[in-house]
Design a binder for this molecule. Structure first.
Ligand code: PAF
Length: 280
């Protein structure tokens, strides 16, 4: 079933809840790939019905050309969903259905978890993500919602969002889905040709290197080694940081008793890719 209006969607969800069905939500911006399929499958194992929203959210793009070039392939997405053995509802709202007449970002304070890495390089991005997820949770009212760990700061933000808003949604983080090369699956990978996809495998390779060096050498030296790795590659490193997972503030020295993650962003032929990896 595919719904684009809130009324029709909400009526269907109400009916399903009336039959004591649990509702999972997988928010997406479409251009579905195996990573989304893994999320939908995880959601299907934990909920009776999975709502998949397909909505390219304008408020989370800080670059107009990125928004314009974002792949849109709703018919293909729906075909892919229909092939799954999961009870699904597809929600394809208009901008008006989500935002009404005011396409505006709600101003939340999430503190340090969104201040660095993506928050630093994509000004305004997280405000847009928090706003659309707040609206989606209000409209769909799912019991559980599923997000990939590839966007780790986003996952943490959404966990904080529900604490702030009091929305009764359990936010579940799912492991990053990867290609055989280790490259994290992303809709943006569709903009790369075979050679560029091979070049992009330097990103997980850098994370693997960081993991192997983490307890062996100081963080500034690890960062130098990662920069040298990229110096010989056409892939352009934007940032590489290591941060404890509690506050996500990048450090030059590991913090005793904390788990750490390495975070990376890089451009492959102008396409910006991100990834992160647990180090400890
Ligand atoms: O990760 C994404 O695809 C988007 O940020 C999300 C969560 C669907 C919100 O637009």
């Amino acid at each position: 079933m595919v719904y684009s209006t809130n009324d029709a969607l909400q009526q269907e969800i109400k009916q399903q809840k009336g039959k004591s069905k649990t509702i999972g939500l997988v928010p997406t911006m479409g251009a579905l790939h195996q990573g989304h399929i893994d999320l939908i499958t995880d959601a299907g194992a934990k909920c009776d019905i999975v709502v998949i929203s397909i909505f390219v959210n304008p408020t989370q793009f800080n670059d107009a050309s990125d928004l314009e070039n974002y792949p849109r392939e709703v018919d293909q997405d729906i075909e892919m969903i229909n092939r799954l053995h999961v009870d699904t509802i597809v929600y394809t709202p208009s901008v008006k259905a989500i935002y009404g007449d005011a396409v505006e970002t709600i101003d939340y304070d999430f503190g340090s978890i969104i201040q660095y890495m993506e928050g630093q390089y994509r000004q305004g991005h997280f405000g847009g993500v928090a706003t659309v997820i707040k609206h989606l949770f209000d409209i769909v009212k799912p019991h559980k919602a599923f997000f990939g760990e590839k966007d780790y700061q986003q996952l943490r933000l959404i966990q904080q969002l529900v604490k702030k808003t009091g929305q009764p949604v359990e936010v579940i983080g799912c492991a990053t889905s990867r290609e055989e090369s280790g490259l994290a699956r992303s809709s943006r990978n569709k903009r790369l040709n075979a050679d560029q996809l091979q070049q992009a495998a330097i990103i997980p390779k850098a994370l693997e290197l960081a993991r192997s060096l983490f307890h062996q050498q100081p963080i500034p030296k690890i960062k130098q080694d990662i920069e040298s790795l990229f110096a010989d590659s056409p892939v352009e490193l934007e940032y590489f940081e290591i941060a404890p997972i509690t506050d996500l503030i990048p450090v030059n020295e590991a913090v005793e008793g904390e788990d750490h993650r390495a975070f990376i962003a890089a451009f492959v032929n102008g396409v910006r890719l991100i990834d992160n990896w647990l180090l400890d």
